[in-house]
Design a binder for this molecule. Structure first.
Ligand code: NAD
Ligand code: UPG
Length: 442
């Protein structure tokens, strides 16, 4: 099939590349001319495991190409995906200016039947708005609007896209439904479902899924904080809970709060939708409050440990990205921690295998960027762990002790065994587990 994808961010580029991988001809459009130039020259603009291999193969074999020219995409495509940003506006409402702006351009360009697909995460009712904008200049027989929310996770985006748990398609036209079904069949050969529903339900499904997952995380963070108070171990509690198949083992890890470009904005947007309808969605408010508190959990522990002396200290951070295997730092808890430390006058040394370039754009020389994880802790008073990159899981503990001024580790991701850290001679504090070490940090 002939596919156009508008917007080549995490979702657009991964979707476009994966559609090309199954044999479709894909043209990706972006307004960022420099980015399009880079991609034409074979450069993948984001870090996403396995994307480079598929990108190179499909571009070389002529199924994947790039342009800034929207008309060129309209002229070739049977299906046009909108993978555009939907950032939160001031009141938390999803800002639809990119989606409706492009829809308006398309309404003046389309001249034969085309399916327009909302791939972005958009509030309930958006497909109807897109249809209305398209209808301003287009006969209604010339297009259908489909809602096809994307559930990929950054860091495993290619795998998620190629083998989705499910594909959700909101549609009210048989012709468009058949085309979408044909496009997605190669991705669900394992038997996972393509779930066809009405447009509003599809739009709601995306917010319901993200808000539920965010709720799970905030719930576990509360359990962890309470475990610290009552002297329980959240790791044991998590395993005990998760073994109940009604609960399940995944997505129960406490930490420094959820970050990224999706959960914070989507929970906020769903809360805004409920307000608009006069419905008081109480759980969402609590989920957001808990997360706001949790992302300062490591900073709180550092302040409790060093007291008024924190200003003169040097603190190393391992991990800056909001999660491992990505260079994405949107709403990353590490940034909130850095802000608090800089405000207190602390020297901050950091290391992240992929995200340092993006963080440097924000902080410049206000913090020290280090070449590797060990360089970051040289002469530091303490190490704080913010992202669970695999490379941090089995470090050389003796080397760490020789580099740190004091063997103090505050672990926002519960990477290490508590007893082993005690035996290794560290003062070690994590999330929802008992603190150990010299002062048995309280
Ligand atoms: N990032 C994720 O993991 C993820 C997963 C599922 C859904 N989503 C949703 O998908 C949407 C896109 O997210 P993203 O993370 O890929 O965004 P992104 O910010 O990484 O990328 C958006 C791209 O759109 C381009 N763009 C902006 N205006 C344009 C225009 N008028 N014409 C052409 N290109 C334009 C930008 O230059 C950028 O390259 C959002 O609604 C998001 O909530 C994101
Ligand atoms: O048990 C867990 C799992 C995740 N997180 C945090 O939650 C955030 C989000 O993680 P994850 O969901 O893995 O990453 P995203 O790439 O943001 O993916 C989410 O957001 C996407 C955008 O909407 C959706 O497509 C995905 O299905 C949804 O998982 C990160 O800060 C994680 O550290 C935890 O704290 N504990």
């Amino acid at each position: 099939m002939k596919i156009a994808v508008i917007g080549t961010g995490y979702v657009g580029l991964v979707s476009g590349t994966c559609f090309a991988e199954t044999g479709n001809s894909v043209l990706c459009v972006d307004i960022d001319a420099a980015k399009v130039d880079k991609m034409r020259n074979g450069e993948v603009p984001i870090y996403e495991p396995d994307l480079d291999v598929l990108f190179e193969r499909n571009q070389r074999q002529g199924r994947l190409s790039f342009t800034t020219d929207l008309q060129e995409a309209v002229d070739m495509a049977e299906i046009i995906f909108l993978a555009l940003p939907t950032p939160p506006g001031e009141d938390g409402q999803a800002d639809l200016k990119y989606i409706l702006g492009v829809a308006s351009q398309l309404s003046k360009m389309i001249n034969r039947y085309t399916v327009i697909v909302d791939k972005s995460t958009v509030p309930v009712g958006t497909a109807e708005k897109v249809r209305a904008v398209l209808g301003e200049h287009l006969d209604e027989t010339l297009f259908d609007v489909v809602s096809n929310p994307e559930f990929l996770r950054e860091g495993v985006a290619v795998d998620d896209f190629l083998k989705p748990d499910r594909v959700v398609i909101g549609v009210d036209s048989k012709r468009a439904a058949d085309m979408m079904q044909r496009l997605y069949e190669p991705f669900v050969r394992s038997g996972n479902p393509i779930i066809i529903m009405d447009l509003r339900s599809a739009e709601m499904t995306k917010y319901a899924a993200n808000s539920y997952l965010a709720t799970r995380i905030s719930f576990m963070n509360e359990i962890a904080n309470l475990c610290e108070q009552v002297g329980a171990d959240v790791d044991a509690v998590r395993k005990g809970m998760g073994s109940d198949t009604r609960i399940g083992k995944r997505f129960l890890f406490p930490g420094v709060g959820y970050g990224g470009s999706c959960f914070p904005k989507d929970v906020q947007a769903l809360a805004h939708t409920s307000d608009q309808y006069g419905y008081s969605f109480k759980i969402l408010d609590a989920v957001m409050d808990v997360n706001t508190r949790q992302r300062f959990r490591v900073a709180d522990k550092l302040e409790a440990h060093f007291g008024d002396e924190i200003g003169g200290k040097t603190i190393a951070l391992w991990g800056l990205a909001f999660k491992p295997n990505t260079d994405d730092i949107r709403e990353a808890p590490a940034l909130y921690t850095i802000d608090r430390l800089l405000k207190a006058g602390t020297n901050v040394r950091v290391f992240d295998p992929e995200a340092m370039g993006n963080v440097r754009k924000i902080y410049g020389d206000k913090i020290t960027f280090c070449e590797d994880q060990y360089e970051a802790i040289r002469n530091a008073d303490c190490l704080a762990i913010m992202t669970e990159w695999s490379m941090f899981r089995t470090p050389d503990f003796n080397h760490m002790k020789s580099l740190l001024k004091d063997p103090v580790v505050i672990d926002g991701r519960n990477l290490y065994d508590v007893q082993r850290m005690l035996e290794n001679g560290f003062q070690y504090e994590s999330i929802g587990r008992k603190p150990v070490g010299r002062k048995a940090m309280a």
